[in-house]
Write a protein that binds this ligand. Sequence first.
Ligand code: GLC
Length: 489
Amino acid sequence: MQNEIQKRDNERIKMARLFGKMSRGEITRREMLQQGAAAGIGAATLALFANGPRRAWAQDATPAAGVEVGSTVPVPTDLRTDLTGQEITAILGNDGPGVPFEEAMIAKFSEATGIVVERISGPTATDERLTQYLQSFSAESADIDVVMIDVIDAGVVAAHAIDLTDVLASQGVEYIERIVQNNTVDGKLVGIPWYTDAGLLYYRTDLLEKYGFEAPPATWDELQSMAQTIQEGERATTPDFQGFVFQGASYEGLTCNALEWVASNGGGEIVDADGTVTLNNEKAVAILGQAAGWVNTISPEGVTTYKEEDGRGVWQVGNAAFMRNWPYAYSLGQNPDAATGEVPVIADKFDVVVLPAGTGEGARNADTLGGWQMMVSTYSEAQDAAKEFAKFMTSPAVQKGYAIELSLLPTIPDLYSDADVLAANPFYERLLDVFQNGAVARPSTPSSVLYPELSSIFYQGVNGILTGADAASTVEEMAADMETLLSEL
Ligand code: GLC
């Protein structure tokens, strides 16, 4: 058995080197596979590397550009090479559009360091992901070395994380200070900021023009009436057309959406910095009631079960006027499909803007702060190798690649003035303040280890409102439950 594992690892290391050559354009995919086979590499390992689909992103959206996934990132030269042969397991993104890029990064890392990384997809919903991590951590399991953690997780996972302060310092660049602070628990840097996130309003520029709208909606009222008009018009030819899609399922993503609604209407941020529950107010009730009115009017009835990818599915095929989503949907809507080279029907027909404001006193634009960090488990038996991997994944070069190829937001301020990054993502410049400082944080710092429960009170309650429960009494109950919960702190 040991020999089998050793053999597989050696094969992977060899293939990773060939994959790196291919990524740099020195050999073709076919040559990579031929040379691998000639070197005696088994079919299973070859298949692992053969499946990395082609990605053709290009400014002019021409699939012929044929740029390989990950080719914007060079093989690193600043990592340790004395850990060759060590094996680590990393829990990374869910099975989705980001996987080929992650695999390409792993191949480059292995090529540079000789460290073998087993990549495991995590669950789609961040809350389920956290539950799985905690199960593994509570068993003090050495099976997991590196995990990606959500920006809301720092307090909850801190006890199981090693301090990464020295790794961050070794990168030699500044990271967004606010996120570093967020990830620091009792002086320990629990995770290195990998990419940040902010909720955005996606809108169809062609449809706004077609229906005579000069600008994207500035308020939710405007969004509502624009969505209504466009939906009515488009349904004549596209019966499934939707005005507005968002994340309405009962999970953490709904907390993000509903925090945006409430904060934008002057209703506060659920819990304030001192840990006082602020949710029970008229403005919160009003906007949550308004959002409930979208279901089955400008939004599909099923939106109350939608997570990010459900809404994007509707949007990406051209069947929605507006979508609330994170920046990752930008490159996917703009660039040819990685596997098929097909240009999305919405390419060059949409743009992004801050989410609408509510109305009345205190109304403002509010975009929820999201994002992910690399954490190393304290139970890992290969901590040095794991640290090198966390260092690489959060490095300026990899963050730049993520920004260019997948429109993920860097956590390194300097990258927002990088010409290549801006060419791929013209909206970064316009929304710089939101991305670097202005997004609204969920109350994970004041609620600390209780945040997951606090958030589940909120998203379950809001999902109830979206599916017909009375807004005022539900808000009152949620606030009371939150107070009881936080009194445990
Ligand atoms: C995105 C955000 C993350 C958030 C999640 C909710 O992944 O980056 O912070 O918790 O969406 O679905």
